[in-house]
Design a protein. Sequence first.
Length: 392
Amino acid sequence: MKWQNLKFSKIVNDVTGGQKKIQKKAYLSQGRIPVIDQGQQLFAGYTNDETALFSKNIPVVLFGDHTRIFKYIDFPFALGADGVKVLETHDSLLPKFLYYYCQSIELPSRGYSRHFKFLKNIKIPLPPISEQRRIVEILEQADRLRKLRANADTKAQRILPASFTKMFGDPATNPMGWNTVLFDEVVEIGTQLVDPNQPDFLELPHIGGEHIEKETGRILSPPLVKDSNLLSNKFWFSSDHILLSKIRPYLNKVAYPRFNGVCSADIYPLKPKNNIVTHWYLLSLLRTQAFLDYAKVHSDRLRIPKLNKAQLGAFEFPLPDPHLMIAFDERVKKIISVENFRFARQEKVGKLYQLILHRAFTGGLTVSWRKAHLKKLLQEMDRQSNCLETLK
């Protein structure tokens, strides 16, 4: 039994137009209506403005045009203003089936530029609705287990920032009275241009800002970029550097690589000067709310706000006792030894989920169920085919 495959633009509509959008500065920490944008979190904030309620039918799938993040929304919501697309499906396609299918595809990354043009060109497998429901049921169970694992990981990731604050205090208030220094006095901000044939290329989406395992070098297989034009103005980094996003929406993205390569112009390679600060102290400092607040205030107010080199260099922060920073690095290594085991389990769960997704959309997940419902499915496919005739 062969499924139909239809082009995305034939069976999915972009219904974003005409909807009121909430500006980020107007987000509330609490409110009656959740605001959904293209960020990692499901809710970006709240609003009490009922005129901003999404006015079309739900459920829908939301796509982050810059972030490539998909969200399934089946409750009243308001749209955030930054680069989100609202996708409505034809009657022959369940919104949640589309959501899970989109989880299984790989869209090319173009940094902070828009990606909807790539999504519009994909083809979507279209089993009968009853089989779509069965596939969704199975994937919901697998997704639930994956999210339980992720919640446990999130709790574990709070250990490192808590240790930093306990040893050094909040950099914003400097309660321990450390001497302060300017960022560019103790950190080299890399801008070295390199040979476009450099093999390993790392873009902003490859930096996992919340994950210790990414910081400790597990970004070991960045994609190979063959188009030399994309590499003509990128920055060299090595395992001696820390990588920091310079774009304001992603200032919490910080990584400690264990390989040499080239990063995009959206990333600063940073290197401590003369071991005045340790790598893990610097990385953890860049994760603090004190740095994020500074960076948000001082980033250029352009169409895509960025923290420029001079602004980064002028960041003033406490410089603790060197022995204490070394002790902090040692504590981090102990935390990492525990994290390595956790990461292995997380990776296993992630691979299993991807395998299930692959089988779901190549017909391998519901073989026995399909055999048991063959007659009904054939009738349903005939009705579906007649319904889709008008789209072709």
